[in-house]
Design a binder for this molecule. Structure first.
Ligand code: C5P
Length: 222
């Protein structure tokens, strides 16, 4: 039998990244940050002068992606072609480019096997948009993590403030709504809960509350 997978899908800013990392740490499971693969693909395309609209070209970049994930205490360090890429892939600009290349079917296809390779014993926590609907359809537990757009904008603002960046709530809200629309309306692997997913609205929940709830659900299913 293959290693179990917990899929955590949902819109940006719902807390998937933090929650996935904490749950994986608690269980001692592998972690897949699939959004990082799309961000790295967009970044690498830029580096190699491949236009984001060039579907075959970007898919080739995705297939050849030379990336190393280094698990460290607080976060995961990411090296792209041997160069530090941990913080640069988190910028709004790369996020926007990522959601553009993510709408290209050939690019999504090129990243499928690479994502499935993360499924190793004792288990995998997979964070993304289509983990439960496309990549790991047989996952025993699928979660759809959401929060209101206002709350996600506030969280994003707090995060940016901690990094010393000032951004208005209204501009963040606009960005979040634009990204949601693009992710939900694309024809390939649109953002939506899997039929067998459990939806968890985190608007009024703290991070430890969500982590506890997920570990409870896993025990019930296990
Ligand atoms: O989650 P994150 O914000 O890092 O993802 C960046 C972008 O990559 C998303 O806006 C989405 O368009 C795309 N993505 C995707 N499928 C995934 C993960 C991310 O299409 N499984």
């Amino acid at each position: 039998r293959e290693a179990p997978v917990l899929t955590i899908d949902g819109p940006g800013g719902a807390g998937k990244g933090t929650i996935s990392r904490l749950v994986a740490e608690r269980l001692g499971w592998q972690l897949l940050d699939s959004g990082a693969l799309y961000r790295l693909t967009a970044l690498a395309a830029g580096k190699h002068g491949v236009a984001l609209e060039d579907e075959a070209g970007v898919a080739e970049v995705a297939r050849r992606l030379d990336v190393v994930f280094v698990a460290e205490r607080e976060a995961t360090r990411i090296l792209l072609e041997g160069e530090e890429a941990t913080t640069v892939i988190r910028t709004e600009q790369v996020g926007d480019a990522a959601s553009r290349v993510a709408a290209l079917p050939a690019v999504r296809n090129a990243l499928l096997d690479r994502q499935r390779d993360f499924r190793q014993p004792p288990g995998l926590v997979a964070d993304g948009r289509d983990m439960g609907t496309v990549v790991f359809t047989d996952a025993p537990l699928k979660i759809f993590l959401t929060a209101s757009a206002d709350e996600r904008a506030r969280r994003r603002q707090r995060q940016l403030r901690e990094a010393g960046v000032d951004a208005s709530l209204s501009s963040l809200l606009k960005e979040i709504q634009a990204r949601d629309a693009r992710d939900m309306q694309r024809s390939v692997a649109p953002l939506k809960p899997a039929d067998d997913a459990i939806t968890l609205d985190t608007t009024c929940l703290t991070i430890p509350e969500v982590v506890d709830r997920l570990t409870e659900l896993l025990t019930e299913r296990g």
